[in-house]
Design a protein around this ligand. Structure first.
Ligand code: FES
Length: 346
């Protein structure tokens, strides 16, 4: 299994989300708070109550279910009973005990009383879970005459004012959605939703595959300890061309590919050391290192003849030769001489 490839894919996904998280968080903290406030036209008027709440007697009213909760509220200054019947709910005018019937006119009155600017004649009904109010089945949406596209949202079943929205709050919701990774529309802002769980799982997998890559590389000799002087006194890798003529000698690097390409790119690569392109194949003349999974997957039976991917192996002492003429031509072209060049980075 090429764990490096999986690790890179996972790192790209997690990295992108981290950038979104960072960018949205920074924007939220730097942007002017007033710009994000959608309540600049909101009126929280205190009305003098009209009417007196009558005694609520469930026995005298035919109800579909047993009453589990009663709350006294007020709507446009009139008292209202909010009655919970198990999963269902209903509202009654408390001064007459008549059921609360909300038509377009009454909903408009409620919306207009909450804002200091006139509403436009438009009225639109939307489902609550489409606009971030999952607890409201139906929401009446009124537009107002402001440059900020202010909208008033009223629960069409209970008459409760849900809030005001405008271009500032739209931007805030977008930034919060990116920051909390909450990409389900109308979900409201919440922690521990499916998006965060998926991201946490991807991050764990990224760490796990990263540990596997380190383990594979350690086994391939990538992380050997070298004293500073070793680089000068112990050249370890001798590279020959396909005919057996010396091309250069190289000291230890993170991988054989990086040792050879330390000063100039003498060995070609397309995957950048990912173990998938096969362009860095070398033939090990002396005892070849143990073949890695990437060697076996990319080179098949050739591993038995000493072929290995230079990007998949670390420190090695001995001789290797280029695997084909194309590599040789590339090497000489990089050296810009027709004669084999001797690398002096020892
Ligand atoms: S650089 Fe691509 S397989 Fe080694």
């Amino acid at each position: 299994m090429n764990w490096l490839k999986w690790h890179l894919y996972l790192a790209a996904m997690c990295g992108l989300q981290m950038l979104l998280w960072l960018g949205s968080g920074l924007t939220l903290s730097l942007i002017d708070e007033d710009y994000l406030d959608s309540n600049r036209y909101r009126v929280d008027a205190i009305h003098t109550p009209i009417g007196t709440a009558l005694h609520f007697d469930p026995e005298r009213i035919s109800l579909s279910n047993a009453v589990t909760e009663i709350r006294l509220d007020n709507l446009l200054s009139r008292p209202v009973y909010r009655v919970q019947l198990g999963e269902q709910s209903m509202s009654l005018w408390a001064d007459t005990l008549e059921p609360l019937k909300l038509d377009d006119t009454l909903l408009r009155e409620i919306a207009a009383a909450s804002i200091s600017v006139p509403l436009t004649p438009e009225l639109q009904y939307v489902r609550g879970n489409e606009i971030g109010f999952p607890d409201s089945a139906k929401v009446a949406l009124f537009q107002s005459q402001t440059a900020r596209d202010t909208r008033v949202l009223v629960d069409a079943d209970s008459g409760k004012l849900l809030g005001h929205k405008d271009m500032g709050s739209d931007l805030k919701e977008l930034l919060l959605m990116l920051h909390f990774m909450d990409y389900a529309p109308g979900n409201g802002i919440a922690f521990n939703h499916i998006g965060i769980r998926v991201f946490a799982l991807l991050t764990l997998l990224m760490v796990f595959t990263g540990a596997l890559v380190v383990w594979q590389r350690w086994q391939a000799g990538f992380y050997r300890w070298h004293k500073a002087d070793d680089r000068k006194s112990n050249p370890c890798l001798f590279v020959l061309d396909t005919q057996g003529s010396a091309l250069g000698q190289f000291c230890a690097g993170p991988s054989l590919l990086e040792s050879i390409n330390a000063e100039r790119p003498l060995l070609p690569t397309q995957c950048g050391g990912g173990g998938s392109c096969g362009l860095c194949t070398l033939v090990f003349i002396d005892a070849p290192p143990t073949a890695t999974e990437a060697d076996i997957k990319r080179l098949g039976k050739k591993v038995e003849q000493g072929h290995r991917l230079a990007c998949q192996h670390g420190t090695y002492t001995g001789r290797v030769r280029l695997a084909n003429k194309a590599q040789e031509r590339y090497w000489h072209k990089q050296c810009q001489v027709s004669e084999p060049a001797r690398n002096e980075n020892v």
